[in-house]
Structure formats: structure tokens, C-alpha cells
Design a protein around this ligand. Structure first.
Ligand SMILES: *[C@@H]1O[C@H](CO)[C@@H](O)[C@H](O)[C@H]1NC(C)=O
Ligand SMILES: *[C@@H]1O[C@H](CO)[C@@H](O)[C@H](O)[C@H]1NC(C)=O
Length: 288
């Protein structure tokens, strides 16, 4: 037992360049992408997508994550009007989902960092690979939901919650709109999204989960989702109501193309924040 854990720990120590995923037992490829093997050190879910065809980037198909659904009965549970929690980490080994949680800390890399974590000269934090210089500049992450689990499209996949200034620490707690209707039997598909604000290759993150909405008596219907548009500084021009996820900087299938610079002087980066009209918290305006 002890040699095995030491080996695992050494393995983790070498993963400084990993990116970040939102870990939960309801996610796809939690065990990795080797059939029949439960990889406690799995990091297949953390890899971003960049300049790929849609056939590759959609639902993290590029490394076959979408072909490894969660175990039967494992759902990302979304309590209507409540909250749900995921763990941001660069490797499953640094979450409570592996090794009994013994390699976790308050941070996504299992290490200790100061509360106001930053690098000298406002440099990018690379371990954990948060793609930001500090907490206030962290771009924000979202979850979207599609009421069906077959034939998910950009239009039937609406962002229902945003969490500003993440990923940052390991624990991320998202709000669920009170009016989110129940899923059909078998569940919905939920999807995690993140577009970092610079600090590395301008990529994006898209990762699927099997989800169900709990405690809901809502009969509302989520409206068809429209692409977000760049509206930094002019909120009246933002896309109103249900918005699609951000599909950016891929070889095809993009729903936003940017040129020029944003208010902070760096190249435009269409993150999940008010630059695209995403309010923090539950998106309560997504219903028909
Ligand atoms: C992942 O591994 C665990 C432990 O071996 C197993 O119980 C579970 O069913 C696996 N999940 C999937 C989706 O294969
Ligand atoms: C956070 O980072 C941004 C962008 O690099 C910088 O403008 C800002 O001053 C930093 N804030 C703090 C509190 O260091």
C-alpha cells in the first residue's frame, strides 16, 4: 500500500503544467479513457481545445472523453433554487474523488498558497495553471444545460449559471435557477465552460456531465440559446436571455470571432462575464 501511494504522489508532483477541470462524479471520463481502468490520477478532462474541428472539440471528443459516461446512477445533481459544488483541479488525484482526498488542499494543485496568490510583476500563475495573474482577473466559468441527452446542439444548450473569478480555489459553488425544469428520465446533459482571460494559448474548455434537476416543480421551458456577442462597456448591446456557450478559436463551429483589443488593453478574450453579458450567478432570464 505505501509504495503505491508514494508512487502516486510522485506522479502528481510532476503535473505542474496541467490545466483545470471541474471534477464531479457525474462527469464524463472521470476514470480516464482506458476502458475498464479506474485511473485515480486521471487528467484527461483537464485539457483545453484550440483550433480543432467541431467534430473534435465538441464535448471533448478529441481525446474520447465523450465516450466514457459516468457510472449508472452518478449524476451532477442541480437543486432548483439551490447550489451545487464541483472541485477545480488539474488532476483527479488532487480532488476528493481519488485516494480518499488525501492529496487535496484549498487549491486546485493540492499545495498551499497565500490568500492573495499572485506572481512577481503581475505574471501569470502557472501552478496551478489558472490562466490568470490573480483572483480578480480570473475570467469566470459556467455550466450549461440541454434538456435532452441525445442530439445536444449549440441551440438547445443554454448557460444556466456563471461563477465569476473562477477557477481559483478548489471548491466552486454554482447557483441553480429556481425555475429550471426537471430533466427527462435518464437525465440531462450539463456542460462546463471556461475561456481564460489570456495567460497562455487563447483556448477554451468544454466538458460534459450527466445531470438531473432536483426539487423542481417548474413547468417552464428553456428558450433556444443565442450566441453571446461582444458587449464590453455597452451592456444594452449584449445578447438577452438564453445564451449559448462560447465557441471560440476553433477551426470551425465558432459562434464568436474577435478582433482588436479589450478595455484592459490585451487582445479581446470572450470570457463568461459582462464582456459577453453573462451576469454572475443563476441565469434567471433563460426561459420562454
Ligand atoms: C470508475 O471506477 C470505479 C471504481 O473501479 C467503478 O466503480 C465505476 O463504475 C467506474 N466508472 C465507470 C463509468 O466505468
Ligand atoms: C490583477 O491582475 C490584473 C491584470 O494583470 C491587474 O491589472 C490588477 O492590478 C491585478 N490586481 C491585483 C489586486 O493585483
Amino acid at each position: 500500500m505505501i509504495p503505491l501511494l508514494s508512487f502516486a504522489f510522485l506522479g502528481l508532483a510532476g503535473l505542474t503544467q496541467a490545466h483545470i477541470a471541474a471534477w464531479h462524479k457525474g462527469m464524463y471520463c472521470l476514470n480516464g479513457t482506458v476502458p475498464g481502468f479506474d485511473n485515480q490520477n486521471n487528467n484527461d478532462a483537464v485539457n483545453p481545445v484550440f483550433k480543432m474541428p467541431k467534430s473534435e472539440w465538441w464535448m471533448h471528443h478529441n481525446n474520447k472523453c465523450d465516450e466514457f459516461p459516468p457510472a449508472p446512477g452518478d449524476f451532477l445533481e442541480l437543486p432548483a433554487g439551490g447550489t451545487f459544488t464541483v472541485e477545480f483541479a488539474g488532476n483527479r488525484g488532487q480532488t476528493t474523488l481519488s485516494f480518499g482526498g488525501k492529496f487535496t488542499s484549498e487549491w486546485p494543485d493540492g499545495q498551499q498558497h497565500p490568500e492573495d496568490f499572485s506572481m512577481p510583476n503581475n505574471g501569470c500563475i502557472t501552478s496551478p495553471n489558472l490562466h490568470t495573474t490573480n483572483q480578480s482577473d480570473a475570467a469566470g466559468t459556467v455550466f450549461a444545460i440541454s434538456a435532452i441527452s441525445a442530439a445536444v446542439t449549440a441551440e438547445n444548450l443554454a448557460v444556466f449559471t456563471a461563477l465569476y473569478h473562477t477557477p481559483w480555489k478548489r471548491i466552486g459553488t454554482f447557483q441553480v435557477p429556481a425555475d429550471l425544469p426537471p430533466c427527462p428520465p435518464g437525465g440531462c446533459i450539463a456542460v462546463f465552460g471556461w475561456v481564460p482571460n489570456g495567460c497562455g494559448i487563447p483556448n477554451m474548455y468544454m466538458h460534459p456531465y450527466r445531470a438531473k434537476v432536483t426539487n423542481s416543480k417548474s413547468t417552464k421551458v428553456v428558450a433556444p440559446a443565442k450566441p453571446p456577442v461582444w458587449c464590453e462597456g455597452t451592456p444594452s448591446t449584449c445578447t438577452k436571455g438564453a445564451k449559448q456557450m462560447v465557441f471560440w478559436n476553433q477551426a470551425d463551429g465558432n459562434n464568436i470571432v474577435t478582433t482588436g483589443y479589450q478595455a484592459d488593453g490585451s487582445p479581446k478574450s470572450p470570457g463568461y462575464n459582462m464582456k459577453l453579458g453573462f451576469q454572475n450567478g443563476a441565469q434567471n432570464d433563460i426561459f420562454l
